[in-house]
Write a protein that binds this ligand. Structure first.
Ligand code: MRU
Length: 347
């Protein structure tokens, strides 16, 4: 893989602190923020400094390290009890992406097994680094699996940002797009701007331009006519939570794209690590969908754009039924025609 296609990484551990690239300011500014307390990390997740399911999980893992440091410094051998409140705060920072809970649980299982007399920070930091690097490795594996599904010279559409910025690096959907471009499988990418946070225009276009991959931005309302014109082969997206039957929660608007794709014979690929699968849920309607402040819709970049007093609906995600998805690509392999039986192949 060309090193240039693997150079964006939004999360760093440096000088004993967590550093996050502030995604609210991209693409105009590249600002890094430092964190020493887990409560501030939880606020950073809620406020979208960092976003994207795998990136939220990695960030929370480092947040647990910071919580453990503080707990040890303030409670000594009673540090495990002092972890309960900060971890609950981290877990409540965003409700839909299951990677958050997956990462916190992995860290919790590790520290619960430690003796009370051991300083936990170094051991937990090693685990957070492992979660981080495993995510990047998974993205590369998925990139190749996804690319292998494509014919030559495909034109693809992606929604939101499922790129390096949404992960440890390389990306899920954008990992497939990066690999597919290198392999000659993709020759053009369309990016939905993705209201209201504009992750598509601000983040996806920025990433693809950075890697010299040809990209055209469109309002998501343009997707139907793009498909009708015959200029699209695949919709490739990420996921925030996948249930045992293959239903997929992803950025609001994904369900709309999947319906359009079915009508126009365009294929749909969902790319996500197995840490995004919630085996405890059988069906997509059990997934908690985050409802965000309506002001994110009525305002843009701090400016009021709807009449004052407008009531706005702002679900951050929607659920695409498995029946509308052609392939779910994970690091453990590809599930074609996802359903309760086919999903078991990667359990
Ligand atoms: O609200 P966001 O920006 O966190 O939503 C992100 C998405 O919906 C992504 O598509 C998803 O997390 C997959 S990221 C690899």
């Amino acid at each position: 893989m060309d090193k240039q296609l693997d150079s964006i990484q939004p999360i760093k551990w440096q000088d004993n602190r967590l550093c996050l690239l502030d995604q609210r300011r991209l693409p105009l500014e590249q600002t890094w923020l430092d964190y020493e307390y887990s409560d501030d990390v939880a606020a950073a997740i809620t406020d979208m400094v960092v976003r994207g399911a795998p990136a939220i999980g990695i960030t929370a893992a480092y947040g647990v390290v910071l919580a453990a440091r503080h707990a040890w410094n303030t409670a000594g051998v009673n540090w495990k009890q002092a972890m309960t409140a900060p971890l609950a705060h981290l877990a409540a920072s965003r409700p839909t992406a299951v990677n958050l809970h997956w990462a916190i649980e992995r860290m919790r299982q590790l520290y619960l097994a430690l003796p009370n007399e051991i300083t936990p920070e170094a051991i937990l930091l090693q685990e957070a680094h492992a979660i981080h690097s495993e995510d990047i490795a998974a993205n590369h594996a998925m990139g190749q699996f996804g690319s292998d599904l494509l014919a030559d010279n495909c034109r693809v559409l992606t929604h939101c940002n499922a790129g390096a910025l949404a992960t440890g690096g390389f990306g899920t959907a954008l990992g497939v797009i990066r690999q597919g471009y290198v392999d000659g499988k993709i020759n053009h990418v369309y990016a939905d701007e993705t209201r209201p946070w504009l992750q598509g225009s601000r983040l996806t276009v920025w990433e693809l331009q950075h890697d010299d991959i040809p990209v055209t931005l469109q309002a998501e309302g343009a997707a139907a006519s793009l498909m009708a014109s015959g200029q699209l082969d695949w919709v490739i997206v990420g996921a925030d939570r996948i249930t045992a039957n293959g239903d997929v929660a992803n950025k609001v608007g994904t369900y709309m794209l999947a319906i359009l794709a079915k009508y126009h014979n365009v294929k749909v690929m969902v790319v996500a690590p197995t840490s995004t699968i919630d085996w405890a849920l059988q069906h997509g309607d059990e997934i908690p969908i985050e409802q965000r402040d309506g002001q994110e819709v009525t305002m843009l970049a701090g400016q009021q754009i709807a009449p004052v007093g407008t009531v706005a609906l702002n679900p951050a995600f929607d659920v695409t039924p498995a029946s509308l998805i052609d392939a779910i690509v994970t690091e453990k392999g590809v599930v074609l025609s996802p359903a309760i039986e086919t999903m078991k192949l990667i359990k």
